[in-house]
Design a protein around this ligand. Structure first.
Ligand code: PLP
Length: 395
């Protein structure tokens, strides 16, 4: 019998992709399904970005590039970090990868040793713990309930740090909660990190641009520039520019760490797609006003979904600050429905009214569900109606 590696047996497939696929299968089989599971914008990639890629193909820019990205794209990224984040990087401090997912994967492979601990605030992006496990590390999950807006506090961080802690992962705006760390919160976290020079910090800024409050965006290096030698900033074009299929993410960090991540990448995927790199450079350096209509739509949908959910008995939903997810609490409904977990609730909802959501168990904080509102308003309204209908039958 085939013996798979312990490494692979130790991880699970991405639960968000699983629910998206299940919803798609049901839909393909003719069922009336609304999928609110997908973590991608429903908008088309803006025209000037597509044109840049078409020109790249026509110009024959279809060969291997440098492993760490083309000089043009790296320059666009360096300029972006200076423009938006007040961080100055040299070319050897930047690595372009096949999506933000590969950026974090490279980081885990380059930094984490067996038994190293990685502090991950929950709810978290589903892939962090499994990528840490693939690197033989130990995910240390710190539960961050809605009473603290799903964010880790300095005290919790202090308590979680041990001699074995290697990395803290921050993600703001957050998938799955949409919450954003304030500058003061980041400063408090930075104070703890300063006291613990053995701990590195990854800031996953993937949803940086998906905000509509008008406030300035801050990450850990804005709170404490002196942490630069221990900070790795992860970002990408997938979400902001509706480019999930192009697969471009990037990282900025200390040259030694970036060099090690580049070595990992050179032995796995080599360079990211040449054509996508041209498109990503057009996205990052081009006209940023293309984001505006998307942000406006996200803001309106956010209001619609938050208000709609809070009107349903048994569901409470915090208003997010960014990204395109809400993470409502559904725990009171579980008992009424005779269900043991929010995973069972998500299955029940899919069976009963054909609405696909991702259960909170997938994000490390059960009793919740994640709804993605990267879908048109009519669909969202119908979904809310169906959820209300399903829930109303409980009492
Ligand atoms: N980081 C976070 C927080 C995400 O939600 C995602 C995508 O879901 C990624 C990184 C990875 O994005 P990409 O599609 O560029 O790999």
């Amino acid at each position: 019998e085939l013996q798979l590696s312990n490494r692979v047996n130790n991880i699970k497939p991405s639960p968000t992709l699983a629910i998206t696929n299940k919803a798609k299968e049901l839909k393909d089989s003719g069922k009336d399904i609304i999928g609110l599971g997908a973590g991608e914008p429903d908008f088309d990639t803006p025209e000037h970005i597509k044109q840049a890629a078409i020109e790249a193909i026509n110009n024959g820019f279809t060969k291997y590039t440098a492993v760490d990205g083309t000089p043009e794209l790296k320059k666009a990224i360096i300029d972006k970090f200076a423009r938006d984040n007040d961080i100055s990087y040299q070319p050897n401090e930047i690595l372009v990868s096949v999506g933000g997912k590969q950026s974090f994967f490279n980081l885990a492979q380059a930094l984490i040793d067996k038994d190293d601990e990685v502090i991950i605030p929950a709810p978290y992006w589903v892939s962090y713990p499994d990528m840490v496990k693939l690197a033989d590390g130990v995910p240390v999950i710190v539960e961050c309930p809605p009473e603290q807006n799903f964010k880790i506090t300095a005290e919790q961080l202090e308590d979680a740090i041990t001699d074995k802690t290697k990395l803290l992962v921050l993600n703001s705006p957050s998938n799955p909660t949409g919450m954003i760390y304030t500058l003061d919160e980041l400063k408090a976290i930075a104070e703890v990190l300063k006291k613990n020079p053995h701990v590195y910090v990854a800031s996953d800024d993937m949803y940086e641009h998906i905000r509509w409050t008008g406030d300035k965006f801050y990450n850990i290096l804005n709170a404490a520039p002196e942490l630069k030698e221990r900070a790795i900033i992860l970002n990408g074009v997938s979400k902001a520019y509706a480019m999930t299929g192009w697969r471009i993410g990037y990282a900025g960090g200390p040259a030694k760490l970036i060099g090690a991540m580049k070595k990992v990448q050179s032995q796995s995927t080599s360079c990211p797609t040449s054509i996508s790199q041209v498109a990503a450079a057009a996205a990052i350096s081009g006209d940023q006003s293309v984001l505006e209509p998307m942000l406006k739509a996200f803001e309106q949908r956010c209001d619609l979904v938050v208000d709609g959910l809070n009107n349903i008995k048994g569901i409470t939903c915090l208003r997010p600050d960014g990204a395109f997810y809400v993470y409502p609490k559904i725990r009171p409904l579980l008992k009424a429905a005779g269900l043991k977990s929010c995973t069972a609730f998500a299955e029940w909802l899919l069976d009963k009214v054909g609405v696909a959501v991702v259960p909170g168990d997938a994000f490390g904080l059960g009793g919740f569900m994640r709804i993605s509102y990267a879908t048109d308003e009519a669909t969202l309204k119908e979904a809310l109606k169906r959820i209300e209908q399903a829930v109303s039958e409980l009492d």
